[in-house]
Design a protein around this ligand. Structure first.
Ligand code: FEO
Ligand code: CA
Ligand code: CA
Length: 673
């Protein structure tokens, strides 16, 4: 998209897939003609309902055609929530830990709205998202919690903005400039926190002031590894040899490796940049910016306008200014859109951008269980409307004794095609294969990866309804992915894998790889659940969701070790508790039994937030989840008048803060049991 950046739902990317890949209207037509599989189901699919044949093909081991009587789910469901609080089932407690601004490192500056940029660099960042708990010495009560900070809400983070007005970026721009310390504070509010936490004698968890505690921010130096590292695409004024960049931004969901490192995923990064280049009085952006929607007006927070023109912020204006790429920041966006590996146990380690995993709006990365001597496999969704689902297969076999991050530099990236008959194909994004050749405009593997979306368009991937988190069933390798919503899908664009036009509620798709081989080139898929209210939902077992299970906009998705499937929702702040989304209340977390399809609501959150990020202690007796952007439903007028929609978690007159929530069972039992 070349039009001026306007804030969409907390920075979600607007559609930029203009490829001619089939939306399945042709496939659907062919399916009626040749197989007639859908028959009644076709009318249903086109009418916004669903085909039972798509909902269950019976290929999931242990999947019974019933959705009651789960022995996995042992808790009493909670009601839809409207209160400005966390609500958990009877017999559970929920405690707030590490809200934005909690000091964790350096000289531990106490939280205050007046905190400087330097203070923020020693405190927990904002807008908590994906997260993982790394036990220390195998402990279930002592470990490193590592979490993403997806973005910031400047109006809630600067004392100078209290009760005032702000411009369309949600920031203050005075005489065409932004206050440099405010910009730096926002940059330091992004990234990742590594924080040691420990269970105390009274059962509560607390921060440990440990030398392993660390902040990684939008300014931290990082290496660019894999095929794009050192290529012409990565050369900038900061790194003329193309091996380095600064920072990670819009870190949404996450992953973790079998070799005990953390993976943070760059999602809606494109909007942070701006490119004012024109030709014939029209925007003139290179394809590796245009296909990702780099704005032509101001960047998301107008960081490029930082007063005094510090180089670390000048780089967000990626217009051509110098004689060569090493003289300006035209290539700066090519350092973003990646998955970044961080070793939480080495605070001096330099984070690494692993380019072989592809460049797109990465939601997260989920590993299938590794098998000694076999390549490992990991999955990642591109969360934008009509984008794709990817799988990475390492070239080298996995060996526990020697495995390390280099396995993420050398592998094959595939993109998914969901066929109408319930089969699927993984299409390799490999230079020289599947038409990814010089004749078709691809010069190298680095080119294929920098332009992952274009390569995926070219091989004919299936356009999905905003792929968010994936999760792999630890018992059988079945892969589940949330497709959060896509209200822009039209009737004619409906397909069996994305069966609803104007899909406001989302669904969860799943598949098994052929022959139980996670690296297989083909798979078989069905839909686990189509979300919605009682009249517009269905589980694979054929039942509608009920009072205890209705939900919309699935986003976070995670299997615990007992194969409970946890589902977190993200109804956008402009939609919450309104219109068709009104029945679902505040964003929530549910738990599903993948065998029976039963779903029960486990938790509801405060006002204006989304529930996202999930981790557990290895004994499954402590669960960590994140509450992101409480109070985001506050209007500009309400902000000015001091009538905020949420005061969570501090209450009183405090501004709302994102925070982690620790969930335990009063009897000390396994969460969810
Ligand atoms: Fe940051 Fe796709 O949610
Ligand atoms: Ca998300
Ligand atoms: Ca989301």
């Amino acid at each position: 998209m070349n039009d001026t950046w306007t804030p969409d739902e907390h920075g979600d990317e607007r559609p930029s897939n203009h490829s001619a890949n089939p939306h399945f209207e042709d496939i659907l037509a062919a399916r009626i003609d040749r197989r007639g599989i859908l028959r009644g189901g076709l009318v249903a699919a086109i009418g916004g309902l669903f085909s039972t044949s798509i909902l269950s093909s019976g290929m999931f081991p242990g999947s019974a055609k019933a959705d009651a009587g789960s022995t996995l789910l042992g808790f009493k469901p909670v009601s839809v929530g409207l209160s400005d609080a966390i609500v958990v089932p009877e017999g559970y407690r929920a405690d707030v830990l590490i809200p934005w601004g909690e000091p964790i490192a350096g000289n531990f500056p106490a939280f205050a709205l007046e905190n400087s940029a330097d203070d923020q660099a020693q405190q927990i960042g904002s807008h908590h998202d994906g997260m993982h708990f790394f036990p220390i010495d195998g402990s279930a009560e002592d470990g490193l919690l590592v979490l993403n900070h997806e973005y910031v809400e400047p109006r809630f983070m600067h004392a100078s903005m209290v009760g005032g007005e702000y411009d369309s970026e949600g920031v203050l721009i005075v005489d065409g400039k932004r206050d440099a310390d405010a910009v730096r504070k926002e940059a330091n509010g992004h990234g990742v926190s590594v924080v040691r936490i420990k269970k105390q004698a009274d059962g509560a968890w607390a921060v440990v002031r440990d030398p392993l505690n660390r902040r990684v921010t939008a300014l931290t130096p990082m290496t660019i590894s894999g095929p794009v590292g050192g290529s012409d695409f990565a050369k900038t004024k900061y790194s003329p040899d193309g091996t380095m960049t600064r920072g990670t931004i819009n870190n949404c969901a996450n992953g973790f490796t079998p070799w005990n490192t953390y993976l943070t995923c760059e999602e809606n990064w494109a909007g942070y940049f701006r490119n004012g280049d024109t030709a014939d009085q029209k925007p003139d952006l290179p394809r590796e910016q245009e296909r990702y929607g780099v704005p032509t007006g101001e960047g998301r927070y107008a960081w490029e306008l930082a007063a005094g023109a510090p180089d670390e912020f000048v780089r967000f204006d990626v217009s051509v200014k110098g004689a060569t790429p090493a003289d300006d920041y035209r290539n700066e966006p090519n350092g973003f859109g990646w998955i970044v590996e961080i070793d939480p146990f080495d605070p001096a380690s330099v984070p690494v951008k692993r380019t072989a995993l592809g460049r797109f709006a990465h939601e997260g990365l989920v590993f299938a269980p590794v098998v000694e001597g076999r390549p490992f496999v990991a999955y990642s969704g591109d969360d934008a409307r009509f984008e794709y689902i990817y799988k990475y297969v390492s070239n080298a076999p996995y060996a526990a004794a020697t495995a390390n991050g280099s396995l993420l530099d050398d592998g094959t990236l595939y993109v998914a095609r969901f066929n109408a008959d319930g089969s699927g194909d993984w299409l390799a994004l490999k230079f020289g294969e599947n038409g990814l050749t010089a004749e078709n405009g691809f010069a190298s593997q680095a080119d294929v990866l920098v332009n992952t979306r274009l390569a995926a368009d070219h091989v004919g991937a299936t356009k999905m309804d905003r792929p968010e988190w994936g999760a792999v069933d630890p018992r059988n390798g079945a892969v589940y992915f949330t497709l959060t919503n896509n209200t822009r899908r039209t009737q004619v664009q409906v397909d069996p894998a994305n069966p609803r036009a104007a899909n406001a509620f989302g669904h969860i798709i799943r598949w098994t790889e052929d022959g139980g081989d996670q690296a297989a080139p083909r798979f078989a898929w069905d839909l686990f659940v189509i979300a919605g209210d009682k009249n517009q939902s269905k589980t694979f077992a054929g039942h509608a969701l009920g009072e205890d299970s209705i939900f919309a906009c699935p986003d976070g998705l995670w299997f615990d070790a007992d194969a409970r499937l946890w589902i977190q929702t993200d109804i956008g702040e402009s939609e919450q508790n309104k219109g068709a989304l009104e029945p679902f209340g505040n964003n929530q977390m549910l738990c599903a039994d993948p065998n029976t399809g039963e779903i029960r609501r486990f938790l509801t959150g405060p006002v204006g937030q989304e529930i996202t990020g999930i981790a557990m202690s290895p004994d499954q007796r402590t669960m960590f989840i994140n509450v992101q952007h409480p109070g985001a439903t506050t209007t500009a007028e309400g902000f000015k008048a001091g009538t905020l929609s949420s005061r969570w978690p501090d209450g009183g007159a405090a501004y709302p803060r994102s925070a982690t929530v620790v969930i335990t069972k009063l009897d000390g039992g396994v969460i969810g049991s």
